[in-house]
Write a protein of this length. Structure first.
Length: 107
């Protein structure tokens, strides 16, 4: 039983989630529609973007008026693809969406 008494407490896992809205800004409201997120788990980061029909969701595209009804899912991507997607949300420049789609297919 001496092993139980001498043990050190386990370090606490800190998980932080950063959500992004339709225009690429951080949000703190989980009820709001989120298009991207970053999960920080003890220093390691995981990047996710919203997808619809297994492609990055375009909030300005054909399904933009149906975003409430669209069955979007978060899909894990690389940091490069995530950055292109956030740049698209912020600037509405379609070249960034094209690069994000290419990166998504290569992930």
């Amino acid at each position: 039983m001496k092993y139980l008494n001498d043990s050190k407490p386990l370090p606490k896992k800190e998980i932080k989630t950063i959500l992004f809205d339709k225009v690429g800004l951080e949000t703190y409201n989980e009820k709001e529609k989120n298009f991207a997120k970053v999960i920080v788990d003890n220093g390691s980061e995981s990047y996710y973007i919203g997808t619809y029909q297994n492609m990055p969701y375009d909030p300005l595209g054909a399904y933009s008026r149906r975003e409430i009804y669209a069955d979007t899912k978060m899909h894990r991507v690389s940091k490069n693809t995530f950055d292109f997607y956030i740049m698209y949300l912020k600037s509405n420049n379609s070249i960034y969406m094209t690069k994000a789609q290419r990166g998504f297919l290569n992930d």
